[in-house]
Design a protein around this ligand. Structure first.
Ligand code: AMP
Length: 112
């Protein structure tokens, strides 16, 4: 787990962790793009969504349900967005699958 998010899972790098279970971890983004900006990651290494397999289906569902749970915990009842950047052209900068939860302000559409 030499990637930066792997080091957060291992507590080798500190992060503001808001949720953890056996399969997933959620922590505040270090460079928030909204008043609430949280990342949800699987503890199992999946570099990007396009590399997920059918065997990962339950885990992917779990990550979405974790996003829902964290959004409730963070009082985002007015609305929030869940984003996955897949690949360089989409702006993925960390090679471990992560869901962005963005909320706390009105979000424009389409995203840039
Ligand atoms: P992406 O560009 O979709 O790969 O998203 C990566 C996100 O990880 C960015 O929003 C970064 O601000 C965030 N990030 C990078 N390093 C850290 C860190 N050490 N702790 C929290 N968030 C981080």
């Amino acid at each position: 787990m030499s990637d930066i998010f792997g080091k957060i899972i291992q507590r080798k790098i500190s992060a503001d962790i808001v949720y953890e279970d056996d399969l997933a971890l959620a922590f505040k983004d270090i460079n928030p793009q909204a008043p609430t900006h949280i990342l949800v990651i699987p503890k199992q290494l999946i570099p990007r969504l396009s590399e997920a397999t059918n065997e990962d289906s339950a885990l992917l569902g779990h990550l979405l349900m974790t996003a829902k749970k964290v959004a409730e915990q963070e009082n985002l009842a007015d609305g929030y967005r869940v984003v996955i950047n897949n690949g360089e052209q989409a702006g993925q900068s960390v090679d471990r699958l992560h869901l962005h939860i963005l909320g706390g302000r009105r979000l424009s559409w389409p995203p840039g």
